[in-house]
Ligand binder design. Sequence first.
Ligand code: ADP
Length: 343
Amino acid sequence: NTLINLQHLTKRFSRSGNEVTAVDGVDLNIREGEIYGIIGYSGAGKSTLIRMLNGLEQPTSGSVTVNGLEMSSISGAELRKARQKVSMIFQHFNLLWSRTVEENISLPLEIAGADKAARAERVRELVRLVGLEGREKAYPSELSGGQKQRVGIARALANEPRVLLCDEATSALDPETTDSILDLLTSINRRLGLTIVLITHEMHVIRKICHRVAVMEAGKVVEEGDVLQVFKSPEQPITKRFVSQVTEPGDARQAISQLGEAYPDGTLIRLGFVGDRAEQPVLAKLIRSFDINVNILQGNIAQTHGGAFGSLVLQLSGDGNAVREAIAFLHAEGVETEVIAHD
Ligand code: ADP
């Protein structure tokens, strides 16, 4: 049965005199208890769409109905209550840095007016659910990226929502941590029967945990269906491209190589690491995946609980295309990459 129903949902923004149609006449049904993925490239309208699911953004036209309530027809206390039932986690976690793990998780309970004893009990449960026992008193700056997202998940679940929205929730994490967070989301979906709606630009996220998927392009849903079915016989060109991200690594690399300029043999780059990313997995992948030699000329990295801080200067040698692909890969991994010198 349908938990979320979108009808002809449209959102336009006007920006310096121009109209942008971010979401363009979307019809969707999301069922209770499923994990529903929305995939699209940057600018496709994914964030705008999920922001309309919790009333953060008002539709220009069309409707969003969650659990029988039409979001734009309610206001005040009723809207606040409805919003509590649709919570959200974010790419950059959005934790309060001045609060400990348990204080972050407790925040929505405080806002909802729960008393101290009830809050403490609920926080204990949530800490256990997301596997953060022993880290209750830590501050976000002392946590790894994966642990920060666990806090985000616990906080989002504090008021027992009907729906959890995930806005690129694993895009800032390395592949291993991504897998562990996706496993956690799957187990929460199973154990609590929680409906999860996630947006991503990465097909492996869809393949790993979603039951159904919608593909968005230029504000429209261009293809929709069962994940297995979509993988077996993608119809639209854009869907084929997403599917090839995970089935044909060569294609993904070709797509990456179309980004960026040509950088010749011997290019020097500086990589900046701040916070969540550890440099080892990124370097390992860089060396493994591209036909280049990586020479570390200068390294100044401190490892802390929060991740890696500092910079590395690398010399990349090899065919110009391979060097360019490697640089595009580093960009895509979210590592700050500065080209210092090339011939
Ligand atoms: P995605 O999440 O798929 O990257 P978005 O929903 O962020 O896509 O954006 C879709 C389109 O709407 C883009 O062209 C973006 O520039 C535009 N857009 C999003 N939010 C706003 C805003 N607040 N004001 C103006 N334009 C916006």
